[in-house]
Design a protein around this ligand. Sequence first.
Ligand code: HEC
Length: 256
Amino acid sequence: MKKLLSFVSACILLLSTAPAFAAGGGVPLLHVKTNLDDKAALQEGAKIFVNYCLSCHSAEYMRFSRLGKDLDLTDEQLRENLMFTTDKVGSPMKIAMDKGDAARWFGVAPPDLSVIARARGTDWLYTYFMGFYKDESRPWGVNNLVFKDVGMPHVMADLQGGLQEAVYKTETDANGHEHQVLEKLVLPQGDMSDAEYKKLQNDYQRNMTNLVSFLEYLGEPAKLQRYSLGAKVLVFLFILLLISYLLKKEYWRDVK
Ligand code: HEC
């Protein structure tokens, strides 16, 4: 029995740790704190998505009309700010590009991003967006910390204020061999003042947080409803508690 128990607990331990290793690929992931309650942040994320991603990636499980409803946008606002590929609010978020062309241009077709947040996790996505760096040996001149030899160009480089550069350090292994290992990524400061440089980085972090929040919402739009329903249920339970308490007091008054 004891053996069986320890076997079962070992299995549980294995199952609970395995996905973390698989997703990380050795690089520690940055942590992102998304906030699905913040409609303004989700709207910002949606704006980045349609401006920077929708040219290559679709989100075919989402319709613009649903997006408008969930993010409190009127059809007018939708058309003006988010819809460039179609003028019908009922359309799914498709791309104009042909899938075959895309595969030919990029070597791989850019995947649909509807459920990417569920597949990769929000921390992975955030690290991926923070993890592009200059690598002249690659076709697009960039590589990525968590996606080695990535086939996607760094389309947010202008948002980030340039291309980060990898800084390497020399490590000696147990056999005395020296290796170059990546230590950190640094965005060249150029002639920016310290304040400008800091602001640029803060803005990029906020933008990427909003983008990841949007992708999380995209992966499970029902989450928004669930959150607001959850709050209503709690209020309801609280009122019920109050009523039951008063009722109990009323009943017990005569008994005592
Ligand atoms: C110019 C086309 C292009 C644009 C624009 C683009 N991507 Fe990509 N993206 C690609 C390609 C191609 C791949 C596949 C890379 C590979 O498999 O090597 C990819 C891969 C990805 C992946 C990894 C998917 C996986 O396999 O897990 C994510 C996440 C992603 N893109 C998000 C975005 C987001 C978010 C934006 C907008 C900010 C964006 N992409 C803009 C072409 C693009």
